[in-house]
Design a protein around this ligand. Structure first.
Ligand SMILES: Nc1nc2c(c(=O)[nH]1)N[C@H]1C(S)=C(S)[C@@H](COP(=O)(O)O)O[C@H]1N2
Ligand SMILES: [Mo]
Length: 221
């Protein structure tokens, strides 16, 4: 059985069994906060502390070998990179905590990926490019960081989590990680990056959340 089959069976299994109950539970919690729409699905894994969030009816299913990351906009060298090409640029490991704005967090997650700053240097991001937008294969999810935020040393595009290839439900093969900000900035299933000169409000910003999603300092709603 290949990875895709496992992924699909796991997902369908979750849909078939516990998801309805979880919808109800989450609607109750989010009703208090009054914001997270019903379209958001949360699947609760047994003990890990993670909740799996998606906004579309099904998760993208991209094998690592099929990944094509395009980087365009205000860059000297617009590029489409394979996973192998991406992994050869400047791989880096880090340990960081992950906080969702709805209150859960996971501590000491081990990530491997590439610093966004290194990737921007690789494609020659231009000085006028003051905003970096990350677009998910899961439409219509996207989010942006200022160039300065994107250049923080722990902002990475990750392909490995806790020593295994990033799982599909966590945004594999490639997701953004922004440890200093709430999880909604950490776009899963990233397939496109655009360097721009002004902000396009992201999926959650269009629904009222702060663009500067600093943990403990942003609106959190
Ligand atoms: N494409 C996509 N990325 C996403 C989301 C999503 O629904 N779709 N949810 C965000 C939110 S609110 C959080 S807290 C984290 C959750 O990561 P996880 O699903 O790996 O637990 O992913 C973020 N990135
Ligand atoms: Mo979140």
């Amino acid at each position: 059985m290949d990875d895709r089959a496992i992924g699909r069976r796991t997902f369908l299994g979750l849909v078939g069994t516990g998801l309805l109950g979880l919808f109800v539970a989450r609607d109750a919690i989010d009703g208090v906060r009054g914001l997270v729409p019903r379209s958001v699905q949360a699947v609760l894994p047994a003990t890990s502390g993670w909740r799996i969030f998606t906004v579309a009816a099904s998760m993208p299913n991209i094998a690592p070998a099929d990944l094509r990351l395009s980087i365009e906009g205000l860059v000297e060298r617009p590029s489409t990179l394979t996973m192998r090409e991406l992994q050869e640029i400047a791989p880096r490991s880090q340990v960081s905590d992950f906080h969702c704005v709805t209150g859960w967090r996971v501590e000491d997650v081990r990530w491997q990926g590439i610093r966004v700053a290194d990737l921007l240097a690789h494609v020659g991001a231009r000085a006028q490019g003051s905003v970096v937008r990350f677009i998910s294969a899961e439409e219509p999810y996207d989010d942006s960081l200022t160039r300065q935020q994107a250049s923080m040393s722990d902002v990475i595009l990750a392909w490995q989590m806790d020593d295994v290839p990033l799982k599909r439900e966590h945004g594999g093969p490639l997701r953004l990680i922004v440890p200093a900000m709430y999880g909604y900035k950490s776009v899963k299933w990233v397939t496109k990056i655009v360097v721009e000169s002004s902000v396009t409000p992201g999926y959650w910003e269009q629904r009222g959340y702060d663009s500067d999603a600093w943990i403990g300092r942003s609106n959190g709603l």
